[in-house]
Design a binder for this molecule. Structure first.
Ligand code: NAD
Length: 485
């Protein structure tokens, strides 16, 4: 007999303990070879004054077991409490969020019975780096960071996933018609990695039309790989249209550690009432069993669970007079699933999972590259300036005096639109001005020249708030042009 695999388990808040008890009872009855190590996370920990919501000892458990089955927690509002999910993902490097969304028609009502897609969302970068600044009275900034290795890892993960699960197509979603550099990088890396998987069909959709298509024709998608923010939004759209928002599980995969959970929250409105549907967490646990190399147990659980749904045994959230036969509470639902262990559904495709386990599947070999030759050819200086008129010609004429050994002002933009020289009177101007400096011919400049530019700007009485160096990489511009430049 297989030895028991130690896993880290957290019961969480709200409905967390009820759905975790139900889930663990089913896993135990199905013969899962696991040994839970219980850790404390969530409200109680936050109120002890630990702003991350996770006990320090818990990290040791996670480092040892490398597998985390987590019930939802309640994030207290305000008070400097940090989101535990974001902390866990970032601290443990869980870069891939994997969310299968499938319809369980005819047992759960949906307009899209053929939906069976998987969203693979980048989990660490993008606007979620959490680097924000208020720079002027009127303007706030949130930095969007996209890295080549970060993009390559998640895209490669998506292709490997497609290969392992016999999926036919991977669709990349970005907004590279607008963010040509950041989203453009993600799309470029997608095209590069795709060449290594000729057997898999590929496609790219701009995120706005992509989202609309998920809402209208979800059956055309198979695996979708995308950036953090877009992935966050489309996973909820996809879960909603399959009619299974309370049923979905998800995994967060890193090179070492993996975390499994339900997609919903702690539902404080129904906590302690034995009303919660444990299916979301159970589906997360099924993904965990596949991950730790117990796919046969995962199949037993998934098939018994689908059979229970098929027999019309439903919790209140999915109960419908027309299709349901019996309304049950959380623990009774678990007992009904246990009764059906060994059975398979008739009206839905029975579960079948990849064999061999997935531990270590997050480790990716990245393409070796020689770094590009980087040359500084200019600088953008951002200035906080608000006089009554907000007249771009006034700031422009004054800054034309700046000359640092040939490094001179070329143009000024406001919120990305060129306003000097030759701006349009109609363009609205905030108090946040970007002033671009180049040498003649856009030739190489030195850091000393940029320091001299700042000194002269200060002498003219302007308040500079930040600089952004302008580089070429192997002769290619590494910065966007202004609208109207
Ligand atoms: P929620 O998902 O907890 O609840 C939304 C609605 O869905 C509620 O009406 C709830 O009763 C219902 N619902 C959710 N899960 C259900 C289930 N298993 N069975 C039946 N009904 C269910 O979202 P919310 O109300 O926005 O958030 C509540 C708390 O959960 C917040 O503190 C939030 O920060 C937290 N949260 C945690 C996680 C996580 O730990 N992964 C994720 C999302 C939200």
């Amino acid at each position: 007999m297989m030895s028991k695999r130690k896993i880290t388990v957290a019961y969480g808040d709200g409905i967390g303990p009820e759905i975790m008890n139900a889930t663990l009872a089913i896993l135990d009855a199905a013969g899962a070879q696991i040994e839970p190590d219980i850790i404390e996370i969530g409200e109680q920990v936050y109120y002890k004054g630990i702003s991350s919501g996770i006990e320090p000892r818990a990290w040791d458990s996670l480092r040892e077991t490398k597998v985390f089955l987590k019930a939802p927690i309640t994030t207290p509002q305000g008070g400097g409490f940090k989101s535990l999910n974001v902390t866990t993902r970032k601290t443990l490097g869980l870069y891939a969020n994997v969310r299968p969304c499938r319809a369980y028609s005819p047992c759960v009502k949906t307009h899209y019975p053929k939906t069976d897609l998987v969203i693979i969302r980048e989990n660490e970068e993008d606007l979620y780096a959490g680097i924000e600044h208020r720079q002027t009275d009127e303007v706030y900034q949130c930095l969007k960071l996209i890295s080549r290795p970060g993009s390559e890892k998640i895209i490669r993960y998506a292709f490997e996933y497609a290969k392992k699960y016999n999926r036919k197509k991977v669709t990349c979603m970005t907004k590279d018609n607008i963010m040509k550099l950041a989203d453009g990088l993600f799309h470029t890396v997608f095209n590069e990695v795709a060449t290594e998987y000729p057997e898999i069909e590929t496609d790219h959709k701009i995120i706005d039309i992509g989202t609309a298509l998920i809402a209208e024709r979800p059956e055309i998608f198979d695996v979708i790989v995308t950036l953090n923010l877009y992935g966050d939004i489309i996973s909820d759209v996809a879960a909603q249209v399959t009619g299974s928002v309370g049923l979905g599980g998800s995994s967060n995969i890193g090179e070492e550690v993996a975390m499994f959970e339900a997609i919903h929250g702690s539902a404080p409105d129904i906590a302690g009432k034995d009303l919660a549907n444990p299916s979301g967490l159970l589906n997360g646990a099924i993904m965990m069993l596949v991950h730790i190399g117990q796919p046969e147990v995962a199949e037993r659980v998934a098939n018994a669970w689908m059979k229970t749904l098929e027999d019309g045994i439903h919790t209140s959230d999915i109960y419908q007079e027309s299709i349901s036969k019996m309304r049950v509470g959380t623990q009774e639902f678990a007992r009904e699933v246990i009764k059906r262990l060994g059975q398979v559904p008739q009206s839905m495709k029975p579960a079948s999972f990849a064999k061999g386990g997935e531990e270590g599947s997050g480790k990716m070999k990245l393409i070796k590259r020689t770094p590009a030759k980087k040359v500084m050819i200019g600088v953008d200086v951002f200035i906080d300036w608000s006089d009554a008129e907000r007249d771009a010609n006034v700031i422009g004429e004054r800054l034309r005096q700046v000359n640092a050994d040939g490094l001179k002002m070329q143009l000024i933009t406001n919120r990305g639109v060129k306003v000097y020289p030759d701006g349009m009177r109609e363009t609205f101007c905030s108090d946040h001005w970007r002033v671009r400096f180049f040498n003649a011919e856009e030739s190489a400049i030195t850091p000393d020249q940029t320091i001299e530019v700042l000194r002269q700007i200060k002498t003219l009485g302007f308040d500079f708030i930040k600089t952004e160096n302008l580089y070429t990489f192997d002769g290619v511009r590494g910065f966007s042009l202004a609208q109207g430049e």
